[in-house]
Design a protein. Structure first.
Length: 276
């Protein structure tokens, strides 16, 4: 079967990016630019907010779409125009914030593509950032709020990213969070938790984006490594789990490619999209 790939969706951490969660391996960069030059749409599909994707998108220079907040927001990168949006219930978000405060957990909240934090919690959260390079990028973009409860109540949040939860407390925290109402609870890392509205995932948003572009699953290539990529990997016709990915990601994908640090994205894009 000769691939007819028209859209490539890329998870970031553990997939597109190197181990520092910031740098794009040259092989990935070159292959994706070559695919875009052939008319293939490039989309970043991430748990991050759009504000924490922009610098990577600018480095690539060929990103047309962003699927952010685990699929709660998809947008056209040129005008940052929302194409798909699945917000959380603001009242439930207030209850979630109170739960996180009781447990002393640090978090950020995504709203309209931007990331927000309680102002007096920023420095305490620093130790849980992915790397020094990531923290510096994070600090450039995060918007600090004096009262996150009030802020959440007056907006339509897309996602909570809870930086770190001790393994021995994880089950109890998840149970309390689920008691606030319907939620999707997942994580791109072993230590974080990510919360969105029920039914929200990257696969749902990617399918909606493909439909808007007049494409079906057989024309979509997707890359991921973690549990928040499973639906996307299951849906896309040409899906690749990274060698460094979870067993669940590998089971959901049609193929496995090399590790993120070895340019696994670029290797697969070259083979199935650029040079096939």
């Amino acid at each position: 079967m000769t691939p007819d790939i028209r859209l490539i969706a890329l998870d970031m951490d553990g997939t597109l990016l190197d181990a520092d969660h910031s740098t794009i391996p040259p092989r990935n960069l070159n292959a994706l630019r070559a695919a875009a030059a052939k008319g293939v749409h490039i989309a970043i599909a991430t748990g991050r907010s759009w504000s924490l994707v922009q610098e990577t998108a600018q480095t690539l220079g060929c990103v047309s779409y962003g699927i952010t907040a685990n699929g709660a927001l998809a947008l056209d990168t040129v005008g940052e125009t929302p194409l798909v949006k699945f917000p959380m219930d603001p009242r439930q978000c207030v209850e979630i914030i109170r739960t996180l405060r009781r447990h002393g957990l640090y978090y950020e909240l995504y709203v309209d593509g931007r990331n927000y934090m309680q102002a007096d919690e920023l420095e305490g959260a620093r130790e849980f950032c992915l790397s020094d390079a990531f923290y510096e990028m994070f600090r450039r973009h995060v918007i600090l709020q004096p009262d996150m409860e009030l802020f959440a109540a007056e907006t339509q949040p897309e996602k909570f990213d809870i930086f770190y939860v001790d393994a021995d407390k994880r089950a109890a925290v998840v149970n309390e969070l689920l008691s606030t109402g319907p939620l999707e609870v997942t994580g791109a890392l072993q230590t974080n938790l990510e919360l969105t509205a029920r039914g929200v995932n990257k696969g749902r948003a990617l399918a909606a984006l493909a439909d808007k572009l007049g494409l079906d699953a057989s024309q979509v290539m997707a890359f991921g490594d973690a549990d928040n990529d499973l639906e996307m990997l299951a849906w896309a016709g040409w899906s690749f789990a990274m060698e460094n990915g979870t067993d669940q990601a590998k089971a959901a994908a049609k193929f496995i490619t090399e590790r993120n640090s070895e340019g696994g994205v670029g290797i697969a894009v070259e083979k199935y999209c650029v040079f096939h």
